[in-house]
Design a protein around this ligand. Structure first.
Ligand code: ATP
Length: 245
């Protein structure tokens, strides 16, 4: 297993792209204690202070999975969930927020970012970034006015590397087992997605929407201005109106 460790980087995504362009193998991990320019989707800032688990993993998925990026996002989300569950004091307490977040008490504790590099119209490799507020102090989120939380008081082990290795194994086995595992993985994800029927705002166009369903390709189905619309992974950002629960 290759884990390349840095004390501080701009973003583990950037470093992982460098290594992938030098053909580092499937499963290579770039890990950092601090990211100064951690990013989320649409280049939004991902706060990455000391105490978090911030890493990127180089992936060369099968041709089959390359055409199903939404499914890849869900496979990785479920893999991260399952690995974390092993190390938390209380079991099965997290939920998913489509497409790329894990939440605790409906506050974000982890995010997943996928970046694909194309060559001759085909995906050459994918970098998956994973950010987990493992031991981050809650005060950081207040300081940056982010509605997020930390797993700090719930984690059973102190060694981040033990958790990282489990997450890596889960990610690689979830990817390797696709598509045979898909029905199970999809059901696992959907049964821990508490927002079906909720109202939200589509941040791309500011419109009010209702979350209708997630289809079994991992796309979200919304009701927007009395029309049913489907958006793929990364195609939309939703601000869920949590007051409706
Ligand atoms: P959202 O969760 O806001 O609907 P998103 O899932 O697309 O959107 P990302 O792009 O994945 O969000 O992540 C960036 C956003 O996450 C930031 O705009 C900020 O609100 C929030 N954020 C930044 N750092 C952290 C962190 N360490 N933990 C949790 N949330 C964070």
């Amino acid at each position: 297993m290759v884990i390349i460790y840095y004390k501080q980087v701009t973003s583990t995504m950037d470093i992982a792209h460098d290594y992938a362009s030098k053909n580092f193998p499937h499963g290579t991990i770039i890990l950092a204690d601090i990211q100064t320019e951690g990013r989320g989707r649409l280049r939004r800032k991902w706060i990455s202070p000391e105490g978090g688990l911030w890493f990127s993993i180089i992936l060369y998925p099968s041709i089959y999975l390359k055409k199903k990026i939404d499914c890849l996002g869900i496979l990785i989300s479920v893999a991260v969930y399952k690995a974390l569950d092993i190390f938390l004091k209380e079991k099965d307490i997290l939920n998913f927020k489509w497409p790329n977040d894990l939440e605790l008490n409906k506050k974000k504790v982890a995010g997943i970012l996928l970046e694909s590099i194309y060559e001759n119209n085909e995906i050459k490799y994918i970098i998956a970034g994973v950010g987990i507020n493992l031991f981050v102090e809650q005060s950081y989120f207040q300081k940056y006015d982010i509605d997020a939380t930390s797993l700090k008081d719930l984690v059973l082990v102190e060694d981040k590397l033990i958790i990282l290795k489990e997450i890596r194994n889960q990610i690689l086995s979830h990817i390797a087992d696709y598509p045979d595992n898909w029905d199970y993985v999809f059901q696992f994800y959907k049964s821990r997605f508490p927002y079906i029927g909720s109202n939200a705002v589509n941040r791309l166009n500011g419109k009010e929407v209702k979350i209708v369903d997630i289809d079994d390709n991992g796309s979200i189905i919304l009701e927007e201005e009395n029309k049913i619309k489907k958006y793929p992974w990364g195609g939309i950002s939703l601000e869920i109106k949590r007051i409706t629960y």
